[in-house]
Design a protein around this ligand. Structure first.
Ligand SMILES: [Zn+2]
Length: 360
């Protein structure tokens, strides 16, 4: 059985040694559930699919969600784990079984927490968003996602990573008139018209915005270009796809309007194809502010879109905080510095433990 009370470094290794590629999490969920039932006290435990939920119901003034996915990307000949010098190597060591181990260890060893704790050990995070079981829990067991702050144990190198940027894509299409390129003056070249679009993009000055101490750096980039009919034809259509990564102080509507403003006056059609809103860091709320303090103020913005945004959409301030370097996730040589596992455990233990012991 997994030993939740022992060293979380050993627990990380034990979790890595249970293969758990997405959609194949039954065994790891069984092991996590059994260990929680046997080695924790005061937790209400629910198993749903291959997700294991556990929470205290002490009536404390605030509640903290500790959420970690149990699945990994496909194993690449990197399981079982290996310890080499100060690093633990293997699939899931940083993304994110070290984070899971820290949470499970704290659930089993913090006896008198300052906040009620909800542990969410979920499946199918590494595949399409519609399979992610956080979405299912939100629909079927919504009260399990109520909290004052949610901590996702994704690798963040010891920083609190808060909020996330939004993303929006538009396809900008120019029209024209086809003609034989030997008599080009009879045509109207759509590809040439995109030159003005690309010119606006290359001159664009992206904003950097500070929100709650996190600096978000925006980007407006051409990510694809399509056009052309044949080697001897003036093209009558061409398009460029633009991706706008925007700070969470803009809504999707405002971000879309901004892109249209940047391209204002050009002879093109603009069609928005997809968008996802960002998430404000929300670090000024008390339970979140205490977390930042416990981390010694080490806060930075999260750029990519993560499950943090799901919680933000539910009105729960959410952060990523976990051992490991996010740049090593999903790599064949994935590994974690074991010192970061210990440091993350100590930091969260400070946060979860009251400053002065409560009187019995
Ligand atoms: Zn992850």
């Amino acid at each position: 059985m997994l030993d939740l009370r022992g060293d979380p470094i050993e627990l990380t290794a034990a979790l890595v040694d249970i293969p758990s590629e997405s959609r194949d999490e039954a065994r790891i969920a069984d092991e996590v559930e059994a260990a929680l039932r046997e080695q924790t006290t005061g937790f209400e435990i629910v198993r749903t699919g291959n997700t294991v939920l556990a929470r205290t119901n002490r009536g404390l003034p605030s509640r903290v969600i500790l959420a970690g996915h149990l699945d990994t990307v496909p194993i690449a000949d990197n399981v079982p784990s290996r310890r080499v010098d100060g690093e633990l190597h293997g699939c899931g060591t940083s993304d994110m079984k070290s984070g899971d181990a820290v949470f499970l260890h704290l659930a089993a060893t913090v006896d008198d927490p300052a906040h009620d704790i909800t542990l969410v050990m979920y499946d199918c995070e590494e595949i399409e968003a519609s399979a992610n079981s956080l979405g299912r829990i939100e629909r079927e067991l919504p009260d399990w996602l109520h909290a004052d702050v949610a901590i996702l144990g994704e690798p963040s190198g010891g920083y609190i990573e808060a909020g996330c940027q939004g993303t929006l894509r538009v396809v900008v299409t120019a029209g024209g008139t086809r003609a034989h390129s030997a008599r080009s003056w009879l045509g109207d070249n759509a590809i040439h018209k995109l030159g003005a679009v690309l010119d606006r993009l290359s001159k664009y000055q992206a904003r950097s915005v500070d929100i709650d101490g996190c600096v978000y750096r925006e980007g407006l980039s051409a990510v694809r270009i399509d056009g052309g009919v044949a080697g001897n034809v003036i093209p009558d259509a061409a398009s460029v796809t633009i991706n706008f990564r925007f700070a969470p102080d803009r809504s999707i509507e405002q971000a879309g309007q901004h892109v249209r403003d940047v391209l204002d006056g050009l002879d093109v059609q603009i069609e928005q194809t997809d968008a996802a809103s960002g998430a404000l860091p929300g670090l000024t709320k008390p339970a979140a502010a205490a977390l930042v303090e416990a981390a010694g103020g080490q806060v930075r913005a999260k750029y990519g879109w993560t499950d943090v945004a799901r919680f933000a959409a539910l009105g729960v301030p959410a952060v990523n905080f976990g051992p490991g370097d996010p740049n090593l996730a999903h790599r064949v040589d994935e590994r974690v510095e074991v010192g970061q596992i210990t440091a993350a455990t100590e930091m969260l233990r400070r946060y979860l433990t009251p400053l002065t012991p409560r009187l019995a």
